[in-house]
Structures are given as structure tokens and as C-alpha cells.
Design a protein around this ligand. Structure first.
Ligand code: NAD
Length: 477
């Protein structure tokens, strides 16, 4: 065992008599850590800290909060090897990708440190003389946030940096599959000078934690990243208590490739993006619609890349793709691929687990997938590409939009008018054309339909933690 994840509630807490649950290395199945399960008393303590922390943190001048967050970003950069090593150990992605994720965490923190200084209000001209009308923004209050295991650091940071920059306190329930890198990320913020009561970290049994925190009168905002069913459940709980939510749920990214592009080049670029983090990415391109004339070359090239991809442990420099983060994904993928083949899809490569140690799953390419295959509607969240052909542009948009999801969509074309239509016709929160330009700190990130609501990046990501207050005043007469 190399690392001992801890709860942070006002201070770092030793496991004490708390129940400990194992964390597995997904590449070996070996237990590499044990996380403490927060008790109800711990959660009540976190709520008290968060209420107290909010009253302290919100009154700090924005400039001071900004300096602390900038320092947290610096610490993340200084400690990126440690943080990235823990990501790879528990989540499985190649170390190279984990280092990028740690750097991204610092980048997001720094951006919010700056943006928090620009939470402006406005003066609204009054209808009578002697009256002042102002709209100001205030931090919404203590936040309950739930972050997932696929990007343990960057997904947590979007919530932490956004809420702290706005002046909120936050209780984060980190991902139980990958707790250690989240602990080290929180440590950067605390060491940088964030008030210890303003930032709590808990792990435990997710339903127990969410059903205790969300209804609490202390909590004023809920932020969740994860699956659609859990998101709906938490949103319903929040609605009962009239609490606003940011819901960043799954996606089933369509990618429309037109016949005016070089199909081999497009396939190479898409494949590199598809197999990043073994496809466990909510904006991963998954349903490809490729125009007739370039379909066969695109498919051939994609399969050739997928077959040659070096799958291995994340610490090995040669590995291009690591294992899946947990056994649940293997079971889900095997079921979806089996169903697709049973209803008529052609399997070109992969479709099964590699070996019997760790959660390795072969890069998988299917083609001619019937619309009624479950995998065309259910997010595989793994290294699976679904390649279908299309003839007419309108047909492509219609099929691309034919799921309950609407997170990220992609199109490749040289035609400017068509590219503009892609932006208009694709029914999703984000559209990326001829490249993969999503998820930077300064751009809005989020979906429509069952992919959720609210945005995490950009000025919208700060706004998510602010409320507008209107004050009007007349000269005393
Ligand atoms: P899951 O539905 O069991 O859990 C999803 C996430 O929600 C996990 O982080 C989990 O800890 C949390 N969770 C579960 N029940 C909860 C509750 N009652 N209260 C609070 N949090 C709760 O699925 P999983 O097997 O962990 O992940 C698989 C699915 O989740 C994928 O199909 C994918 O759609 C989705 N997912 C999406 C993202 C994303 O970036 N949007 C990230 C991770 C997982």
C-alpha cells in the first residue's frame, strides 16, 4: 500500500475507527489503498464546517482569494508528478495522460483565480430621480459536489475552483474508485491558504452521502458529474428542497465525416481522440457517420490504428491505452457489444477483455450497426467506435441527434457553409468542427437533453456559483 487517502473536514482526519474500503489498481486488481468511509457524524461535522467556512471565505476580498487560488495552481504544478502517479495507479490511464490532467487541474484553478476577480454587478438607471438601483452578485452559499473517477483531478477541480473563486465553501464527495489523487489536489488548496473549513473532502457510500448533504439547509447548490440515472436522482432530491444544480452527465458523441476530407487523416485524428483515457470520456466521439465515398477508407484506417494500439499498464511509457477504471465497465461493454453483434453489427476488432488480470479491454470497432442496437442509444463509456455510413447531409444530422444525449458533437468538412450548418444542426451543448477543441478552462462545458444542464467552464462556470441580488435605495425624505 502506497498512499492513505484521508477525509478533510476542518483538518485532515486519520482513519480512526472508521470503516476502510479497498481501492484497486485497475491494471492488476491489487489493492493499493484503503479509503475511510465518512460517518453521518462526519457529514454533520462537514456541514458545520462548511457553514462556518462560508462566512469566513466569502468576506475575503476577491483579490486575496485569487492569490490563494493562484498559489494552489502553483502547488499543483510543483506536485504534478505525485498527483499524476496516483491518477495512473488508481484510474489506469497512461502516465503521459495523467500528467496532462494534473497540468489541466492547475490551469483551471489559475483561470478561476483570475475570473473570480471579475464577478461584476451593474447599476440600472432608475425611473425617478434620487433612486439608486444596483444588481450585485454574491456567492450562492455552501456547495455539495460529487465528482467522478474518469478524470479524478480535473473534474473535481472544475467544481472546487469555480465555487471557491465565487466565494462559496464546498464539500466534495470524491470518487471512491480513485480517491488518492483527489486528496493530493485538495492538499494543494489547503496548503495554499484556503480556509480549512471552506473546503471539505469526504468519501463513503455515495447514496448515504448525497441523501444527507443535499437536503441539509446548509447546502445551497448541488453539482454532479456522472451518469444520467444518478444525475436524475440527485436532481429530484435537490428539486424537493428547491436547490439549483449543475448536472454534467453522460454523452454519446456523434461525429459526422463528409466526403470532402481526407478520410485516412480524419480517421487517425479521431482514433487518437477516441481511445484517450480508454474512451471513458463523456465527450468521446462514439457514433461515427461517414459519407459513402470515404466510408470504406475511414473504416479501414480506423481499424488498422485500433488493432495496432499498444494497450498496457499506464506506468509503461510504451502504453498508448491503459485498462478500464473498474470491472463494471468491462461487464457493461461486453454486454453492449454482444447485443450489437446479435442484431447484425459487424465486429472488426476487439469486443472483449484482454487477459484475465486487470480490466484491460481491446480497442473495438463495429460497423453497420442497426439503429435498434442498444449501443446506439446507451453510452458505452469505453474504447468502442461505432462506424456507420450515410448519403445525404440531412440524414446525417438527423441520425446524429437521434439519442437522448446532447453533450458534444463533431463534424469534419472543408465546406464552410456545411461547417456552419453543423454548428446549427447538431443538437448538443458543444460542437467541435475539424478538431477537438473542447474542455479548456475558459470555454463553457455542458450539455442539453439528458446530458444535463448548467456549464462548468468559462464565465458560465463561475456564474454557476453566484446569485444576483437586486438592491434599490432612495434618498431619505
Ligand atoms: P454509476 O452510475 O454507479 O456512478 C456514476 C458516478 O456517480 C460515480 O462517480 C459514483 O460515485 C456516483 N454516484 C453513484 N450513486 C450516487 C449517489 N446516490 N449519490 C451521489 N453520487 C453517486 O456509474 P459508474 O459505473 O461509476 O460509471 C459509469 C457511468 O457513469 C458511465 O456510463 C457514464 O455514463 C457515467 N460517467 C460519466 C462521467 C462524466 O464525465 N460525465 C464520469 C464518470 C461516469
Amino acid at each position: 500500500m502506497t498512499y492513505q487517502p484521508k477525509l478533510h473536514i476542518g483538518e485532515w482526519l486519520d482513519a480512526g475507527g472508521r470503516e476502510l474500503l479497498p481501492v484497486e489498481n485497475p491494471a492488476t486488481g491489487v489493492t493499493v489503498a484503503q479509503f475511510p468511509v465518512a460517518t453521518i457524524a462526519d457529514l454533520d461535522h462537514a456541514l458545520e464546517c462548511s457553514a462556518r467556512g462560508f462566512s469566513v471565505w466569502r468576506t475575503k476580498p476577491a483579490l486575496q482569494r485569487s492569490a490563494i487560488l493562484r498559489r494552489a495552481a502553483e502547488l499543483m504544478r510543483e506536485r504534478k508528478e505525485l498527483i499524476a502517479g496516483l491518477i495512473t495507479l488508481e484510474q489506469g490511464k497512461p502516465l503521459r495522460e495523467a500528467l496532462l490532467e494534473a497540468a489541466n487541474g492547475a490551469d483551471i484553478t489559475e483561470w478561476f483565480a483570475e475570473e473570480g476577480r471579475r464577478a461584476y454587478g451593474r447599476v440600472i438607471p432608475a425611473r425617478q430621480p434620487g433612486i439608486m438601483q444596483i444588481a450585485t452578485v454574491e456567492p450562492i452559499g455552501p456547495v455539495a459536489a460529487f465528482s467522478p473517477w474518469n478524470f479524478p483531478v480535473s473534474q473535481a477541480v472544475r467544481k472546487i475552483a469555480g465555487s471557491l473563486a465565487a466565494g462559496c465553501s464546498i464539500i466534495l464527495k470524491g470518487p471512491e474508485d480513485t480517491p488518492s489523487s483527489v486528496c493530493e489536489t485538495i492538499r494543494c488548496y489547503i496548503d495554499a491558504g484556503v480556509d480549512a473549513d471552506a473546503l471539505s473532502l469526504v468519501f463513503g457510500r455515495p447514496p448515504e452521502i448525497s441523501s444527507h448533504l443535499i437536503p441539509s439547509p446548509v447546502i445551497r447548490k448541488v453539482s454532479f458529474t456522472g451518469s444520467v440515472p444518478v444525475g436524475k436522482h440527485l436532481a429530484m432530491m435537490a428539486a424537493e428542497h428547491m436547490k439549483p444544480c449543475t448536472m454534467e452527465l453522460g454523452g454519446h458523441g456523434p461525429a459526422v465525416v463528409f466526403d470532402d476530407v481526407d478520410p485516412a487523416k480524419a480517421a487517425a485524428e479521431f482514433a487518437a481522440f477516441k481511445f484517450r483515457n480508454a474512451g471513458q470520456v463523456c465527450i468521446s466521439p462514439t457514433r461515427f457517420f461517414v459519407q459513402d465515398a470515404v466510408h470504406d477508407t475511414f473504416l479501414e484506417e480506423f481499424v488498422s490504428i485500433a488493432t495496432k494500439l499498444k494497450v498496457g499498464v499506464g506506468q509503461d511509457e510504451a502504453s498508448q491505452m491503459g485498462p478500464l477504471a473498474n470491472k463494471r465497465r468491462i461487464d457493461a461493454l461486453e454486454e453492449l457489444v454482444t447485443n450489437a453483434v446479435a442484431v447484425g453489427a459487424t465486429l472488426h476488432c476487439g469486443g472483449e477483455r484482454i487477459g484475465n488480470q486487470g480490466n484491460f479491454f481491446a480497442p473495438t470497432v463495429l460497423s453497420d450497426i442497426p439503429d435498434d442496437a442498444r449501443i446506439m442509444q446507451e453510452e458505452p463509456f469505453g474504447p468502442v467506435a461505432l462506424i456507420n455510413r450515410f448519403t445525404d447531409e440531412d440524414e446525417a444530422w438527423q441520425r446524429a441527434n437521434a439519442t437522448a444525449y446532447g453533450l458534444a458533437s463533431y463534424a469534419y468538412t472543408r465546406d464552410g457553409d456545411r461547417a456552419q450548418r453543423a454548428g446549427e444542426k447538431l443538437d448538443s451543448g458543444m460542437v467541435s468542427i475539424n478538431h477537438f477543441g473542447l474542455a479548456t478552462a475558459e470555454t463553457p462545458f455542458g450539455g442539453v437533453k439528458e446530458s444535463g444542464y448548467g456549464r462548468e467552464g468559462g464565465i458560465e462556470g463561475l456564474d454557476a456559483y453566484l446569485i444576483t441580488k437586486f438592491t434599490t435605495r432612495r434618498h431619505y425624505q
